[in-house]
Design a protein around this ligand. Structure first.
Ligand SMILES: *[C@@H]1O[C@H](CO)[C@@H](O)[C@H](O)[C@H]1NC(C)=O
Ligand SMILES: *[C@@H]1O[C@H](CO)[C@@H](O)[C@H](O)[C@H]1NC(C)=O
Ligand SMILES: *[C@@H]1O[C@H](CO)[C@@H](O)[C@H](O)[C@H]1NC(C)=O
Ligand SMILES: *[C@@H]1O[C@H](CO)[C@@H](O)[C@H](O)[C@H]1NC(C)=O
Length: 190
C-alpha cells in the first residue's frame, strides 16, 4: 500500500517535471497571489511553420466552405483546421519545437487575408506544455504579417505579444507553405 503511494507520488513529480511547468488550480492560485511581486520579461522565439495542405499526410485540412467560396477570388469562407509542425529550421525534417493547432479561414472578399486563430503548443524544454494563443489577420501575400499574441498558459500565463510572419517558401500549385515566424512575448517570471 505504502509502496504504491510512493510510486504514485514519484510518477506525479516526474510528470510535473517533464511537462516543464506545474499545473492545477492551487498552483494557478499561488501564481496569482505572487503576481504583484512578479517581474515582466520578454522572450523571443524564432521558428518555421510548416503548412502542408497536399499529399498523404496534410497538416492543414479544409473543414468547411460556403457554396460561393469556389467563385470567390480569395476563397472567401473557406476554413481549415491545422496541426502544423513548428521547427528550428526551414527544412521538412528539421527538429520540431512545437505545433500550431487551430483554425484559419479566408475572411476578406478582395484580398487574400486569413483570420488566424490558433495555439502555439511548445513540446520541448522548459516551455513543454505551455501555450501561446494567436488571434490575428494574415494577408498572406504581404512580406510581413503581424499577429497579436492574446494570451497564454503555463509559463505564459497572462502573456501578450506579437508574432511576425514572413513566407519562406510557397508552392502555388500544391498550396504548401513554410512560414518564418519571429515571436516577441511579454510575460511574467516569479
Ligand atoms: C513534454 O511533455 C509531455 C507530457 O506533457 C511528455 O510526454 C514529453 O516527453 C515531454 N517532452 C519533452 C521533450 O520533455
Ligand atoms: C447557397 O446557399 C444558400 C443557403 O443555403 C442558398 O439560399 C443559395 O441559393 C445558395 N447559392 C448557390 C449559388 O447555390
Ligand atoms: C534532412 O534532409 C536532408 C536532405 O533533404 C539531409 O541532407 C539531412 O541530413 C537531413 N537531416 C536530418 C537531421 O535528418
Ligand atoms: C509544387 O507542388 C506540385 C504539386 O504537388 C509538385 O508537383 C511540385 O514538385 C512542387 N514544387 C516544388 C518546388 O516542390
Amino acid at each position: 500500500m505504502e509502496k504504491t503511494r510512493l510510486v504514485v507520488l514519484l510518477c506525479f513529480f516526474i510528470v510535473v517535471i517533464v511537462q516543464g511547468v506545474e499545473l492545477g488550480p492551487n498552483v494557478v492560485e499561488k501564481w496569482f497571489d505572487k503576481l504583484p511581486h512578479a517581474k515582466q520579461k520578454v522572450t523571443k522565439f524564432h521558428f518555421y511553420f510548416h503548412d502542408i495542405v497536399s499529399g498523404k499526410n496534410p497538416s492543414a485540412i479544409t473543414i468547411a466552405q460556403s457554396n460561393m467560396t469556389t467563385k470567390s477570388p480569395t476563397f472567401f469562407g473557406s476554413v481549415a483546421m491545422i496541426d502544423d509542425p513548428l521547427t528550428v529550421g526551414p527544412e521538412p525534417n528539421s527538429t520540431i519545437v512545437g505545433r500550431a493547432q487551430g483554425i484559419y479561414g479566408s475572411a476578406d472578399q478582395n484580398e487574400a487575408a486569413l483570420l488566424m486563430t490558433y495555439n502555439i503548443v511548445f513540446t520541448t524544454g522548459k516551455y513543454n506544455g505551455s501555450t501561446l494563443s494567436v488571434l490575428g489577420r494574415n494577408p498572406v501575400f504581404n512580406q510581413y504579417r503581424e499577429m497579436p499574441i492574446v494570451g497564454g498558459s503555463g509559463v505564459f500565463r497572462l502573456a501578450q505579444g506579437i508574432a511576425t510572419a514572413k513566407t519562406y517558401w510557397f508552392n502555388l500549385t500544391s498550396g504548401d507553405a513554410v512560414v518564418e515566424y519571429n515571436v516577441m512575448v511579454l510575460h511574467y517570471s516569479h
